[in-house]
Write a protein that binds this ligand. Structure first.
Ligand SMILES: Nc1ncnc2c1ncn2[C@@H]1O[C@H](COP(=O)(O)OP(=O)(O)OP(=O)(O)O)[C@@H](O)[C@H]1O
Ligand SMILES: O=P(O)(O)O[C@@H]1[C@H](O)[C@H](O)[C@@H](OP(=O)(O)O)[C@H](OP(=O)(O)O)[C@H]1O
Length: 313
């Protein structure tokens, strides 16, 4: 079972080994509106713009199953609408709403949620069939030359799970249950230098930069502390959420100069359905076997941080 479901997740590797080490920047043109908006996406070559305000993401069966269930779940308003599978140049894509369509030169931020960024089954496979990776070793030493162990240095390679755990403890994933992956403000370059953004203070500084110190954005509208509290309530009651290990999924925050704002859950490539006897609360600390992912604990912390950033009334 483990092997077959891992195979399924491997087929979700949207990077497909084409540009394994490099963060690519992709400009997407939204042609539905009267202007052409160039939007920066972190990575990957796995997206295309679809017709009528849609986005095509390289097909992943696990992600498709999640979207199909999410369209029937109370979480539906918090995820991009899903429109099925389409083919382009013999490649299948999941078609979903492009969340940026109705924004005007938006600022976007991707926060990866949860305390764990790899699936339990990846850990099992890493033990049974270890495949140390040179690209991850190189990414590791580029950030901290002292990080690899003696053995890793000798191999010039690290296991993916070890790399992911190192990334978690280096950033706020372990300490706060979420991390800022990157953001782009209107007409600015993409900021992705958050690998060491770990403390509350560092996170607040980055969030403040993202909203240009305009904390009124956090008070009302669809990207705000009250909206995140609403999302939390819906998550706590959602059948989908209870029954899935949600790993590597992000919250996408968007705002623009007209005052439009929004927040959505994206990226279900590593979200796995649980066996029927298991249910998660997404707050209990992870121990191998319990499948907990720390998603709600991370959202609690994020809400708390945003609350503390609110202007005093
Ligand atoms: N529906 C959407 N509408 C608009 N932008 C989106 C949408 N889905 C994803 N994006 C953009 O694309 C980026 C990557 O999306 P996603 O995380 O789903 O891809 P991925 O290939 O699984 O990425 P990675 O594995 O690197 O985390 C997001 O940070 C966001 O900027
Ligand atoms: O952010 P970094 O430091 O560049 O590291 C990447 C990041 O953690 C991605 O989440 C992960 O993809 P998945 O979540 O899809 O596993 C990717 O693995 P990959 O190289 O195997 O795609 C890592 O390389």
């Amino acid at each position: 079972v483990l092997t077959s479901s891992l195979t399924q997740h491997h087929s979700c590797d949207t990077h497909q080994g084409v540009y394994p080490n490099i963060i690519h920047v992709m400009y997407i043109e939204i042609l539905q509106l009267s202007y052409v908006c160039l939007i920066l996406l972190v990575f990957t070559g796995s997206f295309h713009v679809g017709d009528y305000g849609t986005l095509l993401k390289r097909f992943c069966e696990g992600e498709q199953q999640c979207y199909l269930r999410l369209m029937e779940d109370s979480l539906r308003p918090f995820v991009p609408a899903y429109h099925g599978v389409v083919q382009r140049d013999e490649q299948d894509y999941n078609m979903m709403d492009n969340l940026l369509t109705h924004f005007n030169t938006p600022a976007i931020m991707d926060c990866k949620m949860g305390t764990r960024t790899y699936l339990e089954e990846e850990l099992v496979i890493a033990r049974e069939r270890p495949q140390p990776r040179k690209d991850m070793y190189e990414k590791m030493v580029a950030v901290d030359p002292e990080a690899p162990t003696v053995q890793e240095r000798a191999q010039q390679a690290v296991l993916k799970t070890r790399y992911m755990q190192w990334r978690e403890t280096l950033s706020s994933t372990t300490t706060l249950g979420f991390r800022i992956e990157g953001f782009r403000k209107a007409d600015e370059e993409c900021h992705t230098n958050f690998k060491r953004t770990k403390s509350r203070e560092q996170v607040i500084e980055a969030l403040d930069n993202f909203v240009d110190s305009n904390t009124t954005i956090l008070v009302s509208g669809t990207f705000s502390e009250p909206r995140l509290k609403q999302l939390r309530q819906v998550l706590e009651a959602s059948d989908f959420f209870k029954s899935h290990e949600v790993v590597g999924s992000s919250l996408l925050f968007v705002h623009d100069w007209t005052g439009s704002t929004g927040v959505w859950m994206i990226d279900f490539g590593k979200t796995a359905a649980l066996p029927s006897h298991l249910m998660l609360d997404h707050r209990t600390p992870w121990e191998e076997g319990n499948r907990e992912d720390g998603y709600l604990w991370g959202l609690d912390n994020l809400i708390d941080i945003l609350s503390n950033m609110l202007p005093l009334t």
